[in-house]
Design a protein around this ligand. Structure first.
Ligand SMILES: [Zn+2]
Length: 377
């Protein structure tokens, strides 16, 4: 199967600041690991240099006002009134090149979309994308431009039917909000419950409004949920919805801040559950635009997205990390020198409570939402 990997060395040039958890360097580390495994020189793989999105692309979702402010912030200096746009101290700092960075990430996602939509490749992966929190005139949750929304909007303009599947630890709130009132896009998000984690939304009762009723699907997971519960929830909810909705294209957000060792969220997934779900996502996608997402422990990011890329290419990888790679990055924290995590399972009464809770949510989604989803007319 032919695949495309969209990348630029320039991704790692940008810096949110020394205290900020989002490290663009993680993208370079992932690229290097994928390359070390030989997965960019497979016969059916194309490596595509990312190019920035044009301003008119950004306007597919964002307001002109906001784009002008973000452009003005590109020099890295504070802009008067920036806080009205979610910019400034904290989550969404104004750093040098913030507008260029956002254009490059979004451009890469649009290139992935074009390659997949044109039929050139059935699968394309932009590890820098998946910045799902940005709102139409506001930066949020480390995201300035919402590349998934822009990609989906560009596909809608061509009359495509799109399903969005988001497995980041955080609710895909920006994408849900953009398509909350339409039945042309099915958004599905599995994430840590908003009772415990930013952005505090994504409850199972949020199902869409107006024409869009039933087309926003949320599976909030209790903190400490493990691979078993993750795969269970995904398998119970996602494949039957996709089967019924019958999208032309699936956009997948593959955030890995859901891992046991991630510092920001409280989910306990490993590469095992992640790979099971990614394999399933591949199986059920007629065409697939895969995007990155969260991930704040950079070795998890490199390993998980390397494994995801291997799945996209039907490649089997040895579990020992390539020697040359380890020698090049001795201090990044690849302590086990293994690609895959060991098995991890929650046990005892806590697990049974989580199992009951996930079971209750899955049942509610199946009863309330499934009957509302219609196939294409
Ligand atoms: Zn996240």
């Amino acid at each position: 199967m032919k695949t495309a990997f969209i990348y630029s060395d320039n991704f790692a040039k940008y810096d949110y600041g020394p205290e900020h958890p989002l490290k663009p360097f993680r993208l370079k580390l992932t690229y290097e690991l994928i390359k070390a495994y030989g997965l960019l020189s497979l016969p059916d793989t194309i490596l595509v240099e990312a190019r920035p999105a044009g301003e008119e692309d950004l306007l597919l979702y964002h307001t002109r006002d906001y784009i002008e402010v973000l452009k003005a912030a590109n020099g890295g200096l504070e802009i008067p009134g920036e806080e009205r746009y979610g910019l400034g101290f904290g989550d969404n700092p104004v750093f040098e090149g913030v507008f260029e960075w956002s254009r490059l990430v979004t451009g890469a996602s649009l290139q992935a979309a074009e390659l997949v939509d044109s039929g050139e490749v059935p699968i394309a992966f932009n590890i820098s994308g998946g910045l799902h929190h940005a709102l139409s005139s506001r930066a949020s949750g480390f995201c300035y431009i919402n590349d998934p929304v822009i990609v989906i909007s560009s596909l809608l303009k061509k009359g495509r039917r799109v399903a969005y599947i988001d497995i980041d630890a955080h609710h895909g709130d920006g994408v849900q909000e953009a398509f909350y009132h339409t039945d042309k896009v099915l958004t599905i998000s599995l994430h840590e419950s908003g009772n415990y984690l930013f952005p505090g939304t994504g409850f199972e009762g949020e199902t869409g409004e107006g024409e869009g009723i039933g087309y926003s699907v949320n599976v909030p997971m209790p903190p400490s949920s493990d691979d078993e519960l993750f795969a269970y929830a995904f398998n119970e909810v996602v494949p039957p919805l996709i089967e019924r909705f019958r999208p032309d294209i699936v956009v997948g957000q593959l955030g890995v801040d859901s891992f046991l060792t991630d510092p920001l969220a409280h989910l306990n997934y490993t590469t095992n559950g992640f790979c099971e779900v990614v394999r399933k996502m591949k199986e059920l996608s007629p065409r697939w635009i895969a995007l990155g997402g969260g991930g704040y422990e950079i070795t998890n990011v490199a390993k998980a997205w390397t494994l995801a890329w291997a799945i996209m290419n039907n490649a089997d990888l040895p579990d020992d990390l390539p020697e040359a790679f380890i020698e090049r990055y001795p201090f990044e924290g690849f302590r086990s020198k293994k690609l895959r995590d060991g098995e991890y399972r929650e046990k005892g009464a806590g697990k049974e409570m989580m199992r009951d809770e996930v079971g209750r949510i899955v049942t509610r989604v199946r009863e309330k939402v499934f009957p509302l989803i219609n196939p294409p007319t």
